[in-house]
Design a protein around this ligand. Structure first.
Ligand code: ZN
Ligand code: ZN
Length: 346
């Protein structure tokens, strides 16, 4: 015992001596350099790149693995975002998306999980060097959203300009411009066009919302459709017909029933009736598979997973159980950080 105490004493004295004499500078240099590198924004992208980044594959329910809905498209040297849910800016940086090339954010609808990260995507890119405006586009209500964000950040911007003004930073670039997109009935509306690169908005059916949109992207001869939140809808059937890729939300009834039972055990009451009401505004996995087969979609990627399952093989397999019996194409369960190369396979 006495020997053990003696050895411990020597060890502690040695550690204290090391801490006292060590040269911290190289350590601090490396920590700072790696921290900055982790946060580095890519500022250039190749003109020929055409990629999708799943920067958030979750839903309103909190998940460490799956951030709120967020999908980035890198094309023609620019970046476009479809929804900006909670954690979007963190995920974009984590997966080294070229955020300083972000030119437009398209919101599918104004449910909080789809827009709660918008302010920080705009503000953070402005604070760290964005010199061009980002347009925020979405259903009616989008202009109000930006007006509210401006108001909420008013004092922040005023204070930060004490530091930034000397560098010529423009405070109006933080939250520059928003536009409500009007889409009537079954029409499809062009919201971005650059030669044969096109993004269009169409209506989907997300009950209780007057306007909820999906987006069709045509780039490099390929067609990609983003569903937003929707039931199995005529809009997706019409505009994703024969698409190369359909990125669609997905609801798994069995998982949600089990989740409901477990939540009740820990006194979070989520009744079977409430789960049914949630189901009624989303797309069940098996019905989604049937629709994908019916409209001839070549490949299906599931996102906005309800519930947000862990990204492990067995959970993914269970989530899509039965879908391959109904749909012959490829099914991918997206995860945060998944990049898909649209120019040449994956
Ligand atoms: Zn949602
Ligand atoms: Zn929604």
């Amino acid at each position: 015992m006495r020997i053990a105490v003696g050895l411990l004493g020597i060890a502690l004295c040695g550690t204290a001596l090391w801490l006292h004499t060590v040269d911290y500078k190289p350590i601090v240099d490396r920590v700072v350099a790696s921290t900055v590198a982790e946060q580095a924004y890519a500022t250039t992208v190749s003109e020929s790149d055409a990629k999708l980044l799943f920067c958030g594959t979750g839903s309103p329910s909190r998940s460490a693995e799956r951030s709120g809905p967020c999908l980035a498209l890198v094309a023609r040297g620019e970046m476009f975002l479809f929804d900006a849910g909670e954690g979007a800016i963190g995920r974009l940086n984590e997966f080294q998306a070229p955020v300083l090339k972000l030119s437009k954010i398209f919101l599918t609808h104004l449910h909080s999980d789809h827009m709660s990260g918008t302010a920080e995507v705009l503000h953070n890119t402005w604070l760290y060097g964005r010199a061009d405006p980002i347009e925020l586009l979405g259903p009616p209500g989008t202009e109000n959203l930006l007006a509210g964000i401006r108001l909420a950040y008013e004092d922040d911007i005023t204070e930060r300009m004490y530091v930034l003004a000397a560098d010529g930073v423009d405070p109006d670039l933080a939250f520059p411009v928003a536009e409500d997109i009007e889409v009537d009935g079954d029409e499809i509306v062009t919201v971005h066009e650059d030669g044969d690169f096109k993004i269009e908005a169409f209506r989907v059916n997300h009950p209780h919302w007057k306007s909820a949109y999906g987006y069709r992207i045509q780039v490099g001869g390929r067609t990609i459709v983003v569903s937003g939140d929707t039931t199995i809808s005529d809009g997706v059937k019409r505009y994703a017909k024969n698409a190369d890729l359909l990125v669609h939300e997905a609801f798994n009834q069995e998982f949600m029933s089990i989740a409901g039972e477990e939540l009740e055990k820990i006194a979070v009451p989520v009744s079977a009736a409430r789960i049914q009401r949630i189901a009624e505004v989303h797309s069940p996995t098996l019905a989604l598979a049937e629709m994908a087969q019916e409209i001839g979609v070549k490949s299906l990627v599931l996102t906005h997973l309800i519930p947000p399952i862990p990204d492990i093989f067995i959970a993914r397999r269970a989530f899509v159980a039965g879908m391959s019996d109904r749909y012959a194409g490829e099914i991918t369960v997206a995860h945060d950080g998944l990049w898909l190369d649209l120019a040449g396979g994956r």
